[in-house]
Design a protein around this ligand. Sequence first.
Ligand SMILES: Nc1ncnc2c1ncn2[C@@H]1O[C@H](COP(=O)(O)OP(=O)(O)OP(=O)(O)O)[C@@H](O)[C@H]1O
Length: 461
Amino acid sequence: MREWLDRVATAYFERILGNLDEIFLFIGVDTTIYYANPAYSRLIGVPREKVIGRKLRDIEPQARIIEVLETEQPVFHDYSYVASAGMDVIGNMFPVWIDGAKVGAVAIFRPISLSIAASDRKRTVDDPEDGFCRELVGKSRVFRNVLGVAHKVAKTDATVLLRGETGVGKEVLARAIHRASPFRAGPFVAVNMASVPETLLESELFGYEAGAFTGASRTGKPGLFEQADGGTLFLDEIGDVGPLLQAKLLRVLQEKHIRRLGGTRSVPVQVRLIAATNRNLEEMVEHGQFRTDLYYRISVIPIYIPALRERDEDILLLAETFKSRLEGKYGAMKTFSPRVLERFLRYSWPGNVRELEACVEYMFLMADGVLLDVQHLPPALVDPGPNRTAEPERAPWPGSATTEEPQASSGWASLRRRIEEMEREALAQALRESRTKTEAMRKVGLSRKGFYAKLKKYGLS
Ligand SMILES: Nc1ncnc2c1ncn2[C@@H]1O[C@H](COP(=O)(O)OP(=O)(O)OP(=O)(O)O)[C@@H](O)[C@H]1O
């Protein structure tokens, strides 16, 4: 087997994988490194000849690929820290089977942008929350603390109140709590209290009996409390609920029974409640807009998720993660320019993680080449202002869940002009600083077709 693997490695891998930008690693079942491509030497900084033939277990015992080899579970867009190289990496790893026999595992990964790797590396493979919510990305101390508390309360049946601005991840965290809770076998039912009119909300939550009101179905309908029985009910935007419904919610929480509209029967419900709000409930209580007793009922365990601008380390890691997901989706690799990463850090992200996710997707689709640069940024980030403190009144990213209106179309037109000016200048500069057009094309990261089309468009050819 060993000889065969050696032969395969030299004959095929080198030819196919020699030019790959990512690191490609192939290990055998005993973790012997059979192949590492030239990107390994380049990006890890250790000549690959020094590691080929050695056991990865001896070099990097905590390597994620060893876990993959042992558990036989592939991982995608997985984030981990390579202690021997002192760098954070992201990549895909999967076991390799030939004719029904496990022959090893493959890892295709790359270091996360240097600026990210240089930041906080507190996240280790020993983190207790690692398995808790893999899809919740973040390594800042504040975010890891949030996960720590959520992980603890998940195991109980306590009511949790998630606080934080729009788009910080309240719903994803609610889902993670559900999955790690004793209610995980039951359903997760989410309702946004702000998006349903109060009159409808009551029948949505508690259901109704046949003929309860004009237009009610003849068979009646179970409400969301009943639908979530045995599981978790996520009440998003609970601060938007009016006084009547607040009173009814309080009763259900106290009695653990619901009564359908138009019904007399009391139905027991076993539901774990998670509520969320981005409003200041304490102030609402003070002004008599929110019931004090309900407030105390739902805020048994309050968890505050900080805004994205309060956790710099997460901004870049999240950006890299979203990009990597898109790379998987579209089958194209792209890289953020350092200027873009800098812009990400300066921006205030009023729409938080949701806005960042939309921004990365926008850039990914706008860029023809591999480089995601400032000219691909969405309008809100084109001119992020001098610093964050001066930013809140800026127009938000269109489509972000804020209450402000998107920019007027004339604003879009002038932005487009500015983007084009920047694009022209970037191309002209690349041409000035290159000996050949091919060199300039590489610098700006465009495809040949895209590059020549743009030269023509800006009269630079
Ligand atoms: N830590 C995170 N890691 C990965 N994705 C995240 C994270 N936090 C949020 N997201 C993503 O950001 C988007 C918004 O998250 P979510 O809907 O949970 O926010 P929210 O706080 O509930 O927003 P709202 O208050 O507007 O309802 C989702 O697509 C979610 O997957």
